[in-house]
Design a protein around this ligand. Structure first.
Ligand SMILES: *Cc1c(COP(=O)(O)O)cnc(C)c1O
Length: 386
């Protein structure tokens, strides 16, 4: 049985007529830049995430870049972030000629380790610490970072937080007994509508969630080249606008997001059961959930990632058997060629380096069959029995 990593067709088939109708309406309106669909989506996403406001953006990457620009991050500044994420998280910092400063991750969740974050900040001299303009925790694979701790640390050192929630829209955690959603805990929450995310468009798109009105205003200003009035520019911005065609598609999909999250969770639970029965403990470790299970979405499983012994051989074996799997991510930031000038060496971040060697993402998309999942686990068991 052939098993793809992701199949975007089942949700498309389900919503095809509504999506085509919505896109046709945007086309017929001749309103192709900004407009009412953007405003409606911004309201709906803010409500979904539990924030006062949201500002559409051209992509998840641009949502991060725009947030950093609102904080006036530039040359000489430092931004602390996880060492293990999609490249955009660190790339945006470097694009503003600021310095990304990496922090190792927690081995269970792959999210930034608050203990390491504290050690990093405590180890800086006063001058260096003053240059730290933001912390970007990533909610990797669909599970929130340890935000209670991160908020404490950021508060202590008075540093703004930009949540990279690109893989985690709707993911929840609990802070002081209250359920909070990704994007509502920091100063900015950045999301992506890239088609492979849990809430994906038919092209690129993104959004920033915010609570403070003054930050929302600056996001909107810098999204359109820093001009309130056309051709009069108060500050430097860029073209970071969300396309109304993407906005209208996301609006059709948003009411179904809960259902898709639930299907992913069901698939993840089934994998956990199958791996338990296969007795692969020691060879394969299933994802670790840190947040209380009674939450609606303690993990939204944008990726279901196992840690596997002899990972690369296992990947080749699965590929030969027509099971698509992926490695997110094979190289931590400090060892990326473009960041070597920052002085990173092998051994500097042992937890990220081990993760990069061992992680393997299995197909977990809504609509995949139980037989497919059984095939995946059977083949993995076969690999280790050989
Ligand atoms: C996808 C992703 C981004 C970037 O989003 P784009 O819309 O592709 O620009 C940023 N950070 C993380 C963690 C991501 O997974």
């Amino acid at each position: 049985m052939k098993v793809p990593l992701l199949d975007l067709r089942p949700p498309l088939e389900e919503l095809r007529d509504e999506i085509v109708e919505a896109v046709t309406q945007v086309i017929d309106s001749t309103r192709y830049i900004m407009g009412p669909e953007i405003e409606r989506l911004e309201k709906e996403i803010a409500e979904y995430c539990g924030t006062a406001d949201a500002v559409g953006a051209s992509s998840g990457t641009d949502a991060l870049l725009l947030s950093l620009m609102v904080l006036d991050v530039g040359p000489g500044d430092i931004v602390l972030t996880s060492n293990f994420s999609f490249f955009a998280t660190a790339g945006v910092v470097a694009r503003l000629n600021a310095t990304p400063f990496f922090v190792d991750i927690d081995p269970g969740t792959y999210n930034i380790d608050p203990k390491q974050l504290r050690i990093t900040l405590a180890g800086m001299d006063e001058e260096t610490r003053k240059r730290v303009k933001a912390i970007i925790p990533v909610h990797l694979y669909g599970q929130c970072a340890d935000m209670a701790e991160i908020i404490d640390i950021a508060g202590e050192f008075d540093i703004p937080i930009i949540e990279d929630g690109a893989q985690a829209i709707g993911a929840e955690c609990e802070i002081n007994g209250k359920t909070r959603r990704a994007g509502s805990m920091g100063d900015f929450g950045c999301f992506s509508f890239f088609p492979t995310k849990n809430l994906g468009g038919v092209g690129d798109g993104g959004i920033v969630t915010v609570n403070k009105p003054e930050l929302a205003e600056l996001l909107r200003l810098k999204r359109v080249h820093g001009g309130e009035r056309k051709y009069y520019h108060r500050v430097i911005g860029g073209n970071f606008r969300l396309d109304p065609i993407q906005a209208t598609v996301i609006r059709v999909k948003l009411p179904r997001l809960y259902k898709w999250h639930k299907q992913r969770k069901k698939n993840a639970d089934y994998y956990n059961k199958l791996f338990g029965e296969a007795g692969l403990g020691g060879k394969v470790r299933t994802p670790q959930i840190e947040h209380i299970q009674s939450l609606q979405n303690p993990h939204i499983y944008n990726q279901y990632v196992i840690r596997a012994e002899r990972r690369d051989e296992l990947q080749s074996f699965l590929t030969e058997n027509e099971i698509a799997v992926a490695i997110y991510y094979p190289l931590p930031f400090h060892l990326q060629e473009c960041f070597l000038h920052l002085g990173g060496k092998a051994g500097d971040f042992p937890v990220s380096e081990a993760a990069a060697r061992e992680v393997l993402a299995l197909p977990v998309y809504p609509g995949m069959s139980r037989e497919m999942q059984e095939t995946v686990v059977e083949k993995i068991a076969e690999f280790y029995q050989a």
